[in-house]
Design a protein around this ligand. Structure first.
Ligand code: HEM
Length: 155
């Protein structure tokens, strides 16, 4: 195989007609994606930004959660039904827990989507792993949201 920079006249290699000739693009050439991969939207860029933004919010939400539930005021030993009922009497804590659930699930699911895309090589494997991921994430989000909105302290 011959390696030659794109645009060179090939003084070292005269036989340009060989089919296995590898052409290296100039370093600043814009990358052209195959038309099948051009979606028109910038989904992967927004996904990249979302991972950073949700990560920042999760630091506050998760560390706050950890501190309140596991460390302050006797920690995990005081958590029982009435503790949860008292906490969820406040819309603030319900919103906190809802935001934590949604952000962690969307962040974790999107992270797993990237890992599956990176490591699962066969189309079928990639497709089914992602279906499994999306289905389980949807169920967890649905059940978690339902619990937060329908929790009844008087049962
Ligand atoms: C506590 C605050 C968190 C921060 C600051 C954070 C930050 C990040 C960032 C910046 C990335 C992108 C890495 C990359 O693109 O290479 C990432 C990836 C990821 N995060 Fe988080 N994250 C947090 C919490 C979580 C939680 C709670 C979960 C699980 C529910 C999670 C699961 C993942 C997964 C699966 C990936 C993909 C890893 C990869 O691409 O190699 N993260 N995280």
């Amino acid at each position: 195989m011959t390696i030659a920079p794109a645009g060179t006249s090939g003084s070292l290699e005269q036989d340009d007609s060989r089919s296995d000739r590898l052409v290296l693009e100039k370093p600043r050439t814009r990358r052209q994606r195959p038309s099948s991969q051009r979606s028109g939207t910038n989904f992967e860029m927004y996904s990249w930004i979302f991972m950073r933004m949700s990560g920042l919010l999760l630091v506050v939400l998760v560390l706050g959660h950890l501190l309140i539930m596991n460390i302050l005021d006797g920690g995990v030993n005081r958590i029982n039904f009435s503790f949860v009922a008292g906490r969820w009497a406040s819309p603030f804590w319900r919103t906190w827990d809802l935001a934590q659930l949604w952000l962690a699930m969307l962040h974790g699911t999107n992270g797993m989507r990237v890992i599956i895309n990176d490591y699962a090589e066969r189309d079928g494997t990639r497709f089914w792993l992602k279906m499994l991921l999306y289905t389980s994430s949807f169920l967890v989000l649905l059940l978690g949201t339902l619990v937060i909105f329908t929790f009844d302290p008087n049962i």
